[in-house]
Write a protein that binds this ligand. Sequence first.
Ligand SMILES: *Cc1c(COP(=O)(O)O)cnc(C)c1O
Length: 336
Amino acid sequence: MSRTGDGGPPLAIGPADIEAAAARLQGVAHRTPVLTSASADARTGARVYFKAEHLQRMGAFKFRGAFNALARFTPAQRERGVIAYSSGNHAQAIALAARLLDMPSVIVMPHDSPPPKLAATRAYQQGRPGSEVVLYDRYTEDREALGARLAAERGMTLIPPYDHPDVMAGQGTAALELIEDVGPLDLLLVCVGGGGLIAGCAVAAQALCPGIAVVGVEPEAGDDTRQSLARGEIVHIATPQTIADGAQTQHSGRLTFPVIQRRVREIVTVSDAQLVATMRFFAQRMKQVVEPTGCLAAAALLEGAVRAPGQRVGVIVSGGNVDPARYAAWLADGLG
Ligand SMILES: *Cc1c(COP(=O)(O)O)cnc(C)c1O
């Protein structure tokens, strides 16, 4: 727990936790590049710095939080291993981090997950006894109950995708590296699912540049965190219909939300059509493959939901794992 310095209750993480995570990730996670684009600057009137987490190991920032959490396991926890439930990037992040730390992993995934995702997760687990993908039916089974039961039966430690201090601290190293590399920023734009990434990034950014504005970006259809900030408590919504599958969360976390309340200036939203326009911008202008969720923060700036003329703006590009056929269709025909 960390004191906030402004009189409120302690938050789940503080700047020292992010520094410690950075030390654990040193030489293991990629220090991803920071990309710039004359087109992006001309279009926005800002100086824009894109932190390229689509070029992170396994294709998204989630490796940072997963590895940081697993690196902190006790020897007894390591021997039993880790369990996670995820249909997305968290599954691959945990499977890869577990392999690197030589511990078993059990990943609970929907039985109708895209075959490439199942294959990628299993490939990371290959050759490690005790590791497996457990499939469940997302329409009839409760994955949280299943995960808890497997964890208890096998003595494994469950690591959730965002609502965990070590996960949040690991994700914050993305903003730490960005500001270390380019210097102080006026504004930092970060996508929001369950809020692990923005919570960590906001704590890191405000420690390094007090006065920076941290703004979150959600899909228009899934603005639960924006509603929660307005209401002053965590709002639950139905699973949102959006192409930003990494941000299809129904609510922010018990640990992430207080950090967001204290450290994030506001949340803005973008539409799926704006995400497609931004995927095209990344492909055509910057030669980068970015998944829809990874486009959220950039879309807010490039499509005008946030204006920052004359400012130095950081944009976290969160991931690049996208099905090639769908990606090709989005580039060719839009939302169709
Ligand atoms: C998980 C994920 C997010 C959302 O992160 P949270 O920590 O849940 O807010 C955004 N983009 C990508 C690519 C992700 O995998």
